[in-house]
Design a protein around this ligand. Structure first.
Ligand code: ZN
Length: 422
């Protein structure tokens, strides 16, 4: 069963090279299941027993189900749609000595740089075009090997293996073509989107890794792909949400954008997107502001973002006791300084959910001398405060362009989400 799930996860990631595509893909899944798409700029007519979804910026999505019976709590699982990558700058082409055309890019998020070298890359994202006098958004994904960031040969820097500091502006620019390709990049992308170059008014284009995901290891126990952080959690949340009964609470599947750059955008976890949606659900049910606050106080959120597993070559980097490993279950993340918002109570609630779902849990705490990362939970709580746990699936090589996880863990999170949303 978990092999099937892992294959479906890889298929979902293949179709989701950017946050825009991930949200499009999830929206399609919800439409197929009879969900109604709501627009933020329109009035919402909600009814008990209804299933809905809404997107913001085409890169964040919230789906929710209102049970037939009267319920007074939200059950939320939140994850993120974005991953570190390179964004294509305006006027992207740079000609090199009449020999090459390369592209001007900048970093999006905090990534490991080395894994982007010497592998086929391509371009995906969205374009804003003029169509019949109106602005229209077009998703685009160039589905072929288009770019490469070649390393410098060892002969030209013999000391490189002693440690090298990459300069993103000079070392990481992808090669696009020979000099004949000059001036063709934006028209090529426009052509892929089925529009004319002169109709393109704006773009949000990113590099993506063309290497397909794979299942591997002595017993096929590992899965590797780009964007496991955090599409593995977004996919599990979506599957658990669709499978769950959704009858004891208002079930909310929430995928935010821009986690990798601090969440402070209109579609990030620090925005009002979740709060606005929850308030409009409350209003749509004919409830008062006080009743919204009462509902929030009784609600529970699972902030799902991948976690660091014990690394086979760097075991000293893990806490001496809390050492999660691949395929051994969902990781509950703790941090005294509340970079992770798990506390004794929310950790207990989540352990109980996993007990009911019959899935194993592990715990993660940073080594006390390593700062570690942060995630969605506490940021989201500044807008819509409720009891929240931070969890994730164990993985290696976080923020590499090709990450590694356990093949069984996706299934565990789906099962836990089913219980959460029941
Ligand atoms: Zn993440």
């Amino acid at each position: 069963m978990y092999q099937e799930t892992a294959k479906r996860l890889l298929e979902f990631i293949r179709k989701s090279p950017t946050a825009f595509h991930a949200v499009e893909e999830m929206g399609q899944r919800f439409l197929e299941r009879g969900f109604k798409e709501l627009k933020e700029e329109e009035h919402w007519e909600l009814c008990c027993g209804g299933n809905y979804f809404v997107t913001r910026n085409h890169s964040a999505i919230i789906a929710f189900s209102i049970p037939k019976e009267e319920v007074w709590q939200f059950r939320i699982m939140a994850s993120h749609s974005d991953s570190p990558s390179f964004k294509i700058k305006e006027n992207p082409e740079i000609t090199v000595e009449d020999a090459y055309v390369k592209l001007n890019v900048e970093k999006y998020g905090g990534m490991l740089l080395a894994p982007w070298f010497d592998r086929p890359l391509s371009v995906a994202g969205r374009m804003i075009v003029r169509e019949n006098g109106k602005f229209k958004e077009k998703l685009v994904c160039v589905d072929r090997d288009l770019l490469m960031i070649p390393s410098l040969a060892i002969h030209m820097n013999r000391e490189v293996n002693e440690g090298y500091k990459y300069n993103v502006q000079t070392d990481l620019l992808p090669l696009y073509g020979s000099s004949e390709a000059k001036g063709s990049f934006l028209s090529l992308i426009a052509g892929e989107a089925g529009v004319k170059e002169e109709d393109v008014l704006g773009h949000d284009l990113f590099l993506y890794n063309r290497t397909p995901g794979t299942i591997w290891g002595a017993e096929n126990e590992f899965i590797s792909s780009s964007r496991l952080d955090d599409l593995q959690c977004a996919f599990s949340s979506m599957e658990g949400f669709l499978n769950g009964g959704r009858s004891e609470s208002i079930a909310v599947h929430c995928v935010m954008d821009n986690e990798e750059v601090g969440s402070t955008t209109k579609q990030g976890a620090a925005s009002t997107f979740l709060k606005d949606t929850l308030m409009r659900i409350n209003a749509g049910l004919g409830r008062t502001q006080e009743e919204y606050l009462m509902t929030l106080a009784g609600s529970f959120m699972v902030s799902a973002d991948n976690a660091h597993a014990l690394h086979p070559n760097y075991t000293g980097k893990a806490d001496p006791v809390n050492r999660p490993v691949l395929n051994k279950g969902i990781v509950i993340k703790y941090n005294a300084n509340q970079k992770y918002c798990t506390d004794g109570l929310s950790g207990a609630v989540f352990k109980d959910i996993c007990r009911e779902a019959k899935v194993p849990v592990q715990t993660f705490v940073n080594r006390s001398d390593i700062a570690g990362g942060s995630t969605l939970g506490n940021i989201s709580n500044t807008q819509a405060a409720m009891n929240t746990v931070d969890i994730g699936l164990p993985q290696l090589a976080m923020h590499s362009s090709y990450e590694t996880a356990g093949i069984q863990d996706t299934e565990y999170l789906i099962k836990a989400a089913e219980v959460l949303f029941r």
